[in-house]
Design a protein around this ligand. Structure first.
Ligand SMILES: Nc1ncnc2c1ncn2[C@@H]1O[C@H](COP(=O)(O)OP(=O)(O)OP(=O)(O)O)[C@@H](O)[C@H]1O
Ligand SMILES: [Mg+2]
Length: 656
């Protein structure tokens, strides 16, 4: 069966939100019923002899009707929580949802449920009775047989689709706070499933509407009686005061030091509302008679008339829930604020205070937090299909990504650091240490053994500097590598429309053991040079021996120009040594011979110095390569794991 596009419904106490999403493309839109706002007020106005009105229009019509007109009107609100318990509420809900479809038809909005997969959100605490009732209501209202999605999951899916949460984060501990008009619900999702939920059926935006209503009456003496006489108390209390509250909240979210005023023609005015006074009133709030009546209509939802601290109430709903469910703070890695009342600036403040381990970015709220649940629910089927496609693509592209992106990055980054260290060593070790010693030897002569000693001294002296240079360069290299590898990964993931997992991968290089020296006379090729020099001198000895024993004179010439010259200079002393100590022993004296400058210059010529420099470079590179070897395999391993985990996570989301 070809997948159908989706219509989703977040059926709320105060407002109901509708969203649509194409079958394959996770780009949901919230349905706007003509007032430029998301959703419709969950209210129905029955009228004698006429079709019922729904949404804001119902409230307006009722609010503006005269007392006489009201006799033929019946406004029904807050029916959603009661559908499992009351036939009357079920009827209102059915009529309301049917009227929404009729209204959409009149406005030529395409929401036809018969060609769509219909998904309804359900509160995570909803029991089977509620689900059964909602199914009956939806079917009777013309929505076909709906499927259900937990409301908090909708909020999670929305931010996942927005790439504000990565797939692996979505599977971690996500606390969804849904602070709406009528209730405040909390849910902990783990592995994408609701593992705990709790809430407060009384704490919602309408208490703040009531606070503003009382504030209005306090600022406008005589208004209460006036409104009563005109039958406008309900309209002003529920509608105008809600508007004023939202206006105040928005302005305080921008700047809590400004005072807010608002005039309602015919219904009084708000003058200089400040954040301080709001906090004062919220701390000592007592529900008005009007709101207690409204609550009284609900089964068991009765609001006592004592004083309540609204901020503490919210805080305690959170903390006592966490405590009673045994949820340690650390289990929560992301918080999603949804519901219109989460726009109050005190909401993220309290969450930050109570969950201090979370960074600011871990607390998410969209700019339309009331609409995220319906949008997120509608995106579920398309998102699953997309994730299945992405998973397959990642599997296929991983080897290419490693080969063509990660390896070249490793090569070039490591080569850069090696070059830098080698250049530093040539400059420092040669120009300042070994070079001058060799030059002095060339200029002044001396014995090979003293040259060796001096070189050794220089090399030992420079060892610490080299260690420090490498020690400083490697961490920089590692963090650079990590950063660039993450960037490449992020680009790759983003090309597939998913966010990179936040988790970092540690990289390390093989630490140089304190005992093994990096810089030795062997490492810079000095030992090799001495070996070579000894061969030359050894050859010379053989030649001299040949001359002395009356052999062919050409043997001297055969040992080459160095040997030839040396022969001239040293012939006598070597002959003496040979005569005195014999051939084998004389060889060990060679190193102690005090060579004159001319000979020293010939032995250590420019070519030899250059060869030493090359030797140093080659050996240093080999040393660095060896130390970086674990880094290379670590990085590739991390990337493999990260991508495999991501593929598993994408799979898991498919079972949402
Ligand atoms: N900027 C704002 N600041 C504070 N509250 C706001 C703001 N914008 C909207 N609200 C409030 O959010 C509430 C509506 O939120 P939402 O639409 O999420 O509730 P709902 O889903 O209908 O209710 P519930 O989830 O309780 O059934 C109203 O009380 C509204 O006044
Ligand atoms: Mg809601």
């Amino acid at each position: 069966m070809t997948p159908r596009p989706v219509l989703s419904v977040d059926f709320g106490t105060t407002k109901t939100y509708f969203s649509k999403c194409p079958a394959e493309d996770p780009s949901p839109v919230s349905v706007d019923f003509g007032d430029g706002r998301d959703g419709l007020l969950t209210a129905i106005l029955y009228r004698d002899g006429k079709d019922p009105l729904i949404g804001q229009t119902a409230l307006d019509e009722f609010g503006e009707a005269t007392t006489g007109e009201r006799a033929g009107l019946r406004l029904v609100t807050n029916f959603k929580p009661e559908i499992a318990l009351s036939g009357e509420a079920r009827t209102a809900a059915t009529d309301y949802l049917a009227a929404v479809l009729a209204e959409a038809g009149r406005q030529r909005l395409d929401v036809d449920p018969s060609v769509r997969q219909v998904l309804f959100g359900v509160p995570s605490e909803a029991d089977d009775g509620y689900r059964a009732a909602l199914k009956r209501v939806a079917e009777a209202a013309g929505y076909g047989t709906p499927e259900f999605v937990d409301e908090p999951k909708g909020a999670l899916l929305y931010h996942l689709k927005q790439r504000e949460i990565s797939v692996d984060q979505a599977l971690g501990g996500v606390l969804v706070v849904d602070f709406g008009g009528g209730t405040c619900d909390f849910a902990l999702l783990e592995g994408g499933r609701v593992t705990h939920s709790w809430g407060d059926m009384l704490l919602g935006g309408r208490l703040f509407d009531d606070l503003f209503h009382q504030w209005l009456l306090d600022q406008n003496p005589g208004l209460e009686e006036d409104l009563k006489a005109r039958g406008a108390s309900y309209f002003v209390g529920t509608y105008l005061c809600r508007e004023a509250k939202e206006f105040f909240s928005r302005s305080q979210a921008r700047d809590r030091t400004t005072a807010v005023s608002k005039v309602f023609p015919r219904y009084g005015r708000f003058t200089d509302l400040t954040w301080e006074e709001f906090v004062e009133r919220g701390t000592h709030y007592s529900p008005s008679r009007l709101i207690r009546q409204a609550f009284g209509a609900g089964a068991g939802n009765t609001l006592s008339d004592g004083e309540r601290d609204l901020f503490l109430w919210f805080r305690k709903s959170l903390t006592e829930g966490l405590r009673s469910k045994g949820i340690a703070n650390e289990r929560i890695t992301i918080v999603i604020l949804s519901g219109g009342s989460s726009l109050w600036p005190f909401v993220p403040d309290i969450l930050k205070e109570e969950l201090p381990h979370l960074e600011d970015q871990a607390i998410l709220r969209s700019d339309r937090p009331y609409a995220v649940i319906s949008m997120g629910i509608s995106v579920l089927p398309a998102l699953k299909r997309k994730f299945a496609r992405v998973r397959d693509a990642l599997r296929e592209e991983l080897p290419v990504f490693i080969d063509e992106e990660i390896r070249p990055l490793l090569e070039s980054r490591c080569a850069l650091v090696e070059d830098r260290i080698v250049a530093w060593s040539r400059a420092t070790i040669f120009q300042q240490g070994v070079g001058p010693v060799l030059e002095r030897f060339r200029a002044k002569g001396g014995s090979l053994s003293s040259l060796r000693k001096e070189l050794k001294k220089q090399v030992t002296l420079r060892e610490a500097d080299l260690r420090k240079t490498i020690g400083d360069a490697l961490p920089l290299l590692l963090s650079g590598l990590r950063g660039e590898a993450r960037e490449l990964l992020a680009e790759w993931f983003s090309a597939h429309g998913i966010a990179l997992p936040k988790r970092d991968f540690p990289l390390s290089a093989d630490p140089a053991q304190r005992s093994d020296t990096i810089l030795s006379t062997r490492a810079i090729g000095v030992e090799g040079m001495f070996d070579a020099l000894q061969t030359v001198l050894g050859g010379l000895l053989t030649a001299v021996t040949a001359v002395l024993s009356g052999g062919a004179g050409t043997a001297l010439i055969a040992s080459g120009p160095v040997g030839f010259v040396l022969g001239g200079v040293l012939g006598a002393s070597i002959a003496y040594l040979l005569a005195r100590y014999g051939k084998e022993k004389a060889r060990t004296f060679v190193e102690d011979l005090n060579l004159p400058p001319a000979v020293a210059g010939l032995l250590i010529d420019e070519g030899r110095i250059a060869a030493l420099q090359e030797e140093l470079s080659t050996n240093l590179r080999a040393h660095l390569e060896e130390r970086l070897a674990p880094t290379r395999s670590q990085l590739e391993g991390h990337i493999q794991n990260l991508v495999l985990d991501e593929m598993n996570a994408l799979n898991e989301i498919n079972s949402f």
